[in-house]
Design a protein around this ligand. Structure first.
Ligand code: SME
Length: 151
């Protein structure tokens, strides 16, 4: 697992105040997507709590048409309401799932908290079946904590 090696790279990207926050988030998506073989799509969605929608702010991988997702819809929308990690080993087994690509077999969504409030999430799609472990969850929770520090 390259997570230990990735942490300093992610921290350096996020601390680079010469770039906008949006650019830094895109660079984090890119480094995760290119370094971890089974991370085929990586994106950050952020919540509009008044409208109860999630909005795609940064991503790496194929463009998706699902740039706005209502709370409660799909894996992402469920995490907006549950405030809990959602690890999906097999997307075909999910009823409430929004398909972004026919190649996706698994997905992990980790909520992003700022001052205790669920303000968004990191979402990762994989073309490999059941690839995510507790190590992915812990690493992505750490990424989200670091992102929260610059928001
Ligand atoms: N599959 C997600 C939608 C977002 S795409 O993966 C980029 C879901 O079910 O919420």
């Amino acid at each position: 697992m390259p997570f230990k090696n990735l942490q300093p790279r992610v921290a350096a990207i996020l601390h680079n105040e010469e770039e906008t926050v949006d650019n830094r988030l895109t660079q984090v998506c890119e480094v995760l997507q290119t370094t971890i073989g089974y991370y085929d799509w990586v994106g950050f969605y952020f919540a509009n709590h008044e409208a109860r929608t999630l909005h795609l702010k940064a991503f790496a991988g194929e463009p998706t048409e699902h740039t706005v997702i209502p709370f409660g819809k799909g894996i992402c929308g469920q995490v907006a309401e549950s405030n809990e990690n959602f690890v999906v080993a097999d997307v075909k087994a999910q009823n409430n799932y929004i398909a972004c690509s026919m190649y996706v077999k698994a997905e992990i969504v980790i909520p992003l908290f700022k001052d205790g409030k669920n303000i968004g999430q990191i979402d990762i799609d994989s073309h490999i079946a059941d690839p995510f472990s507790k190590e992915d969850e812990k690493f992505l929770e750490w990424v989200n904590e670091k992102v929260a520090e610059i928001l």
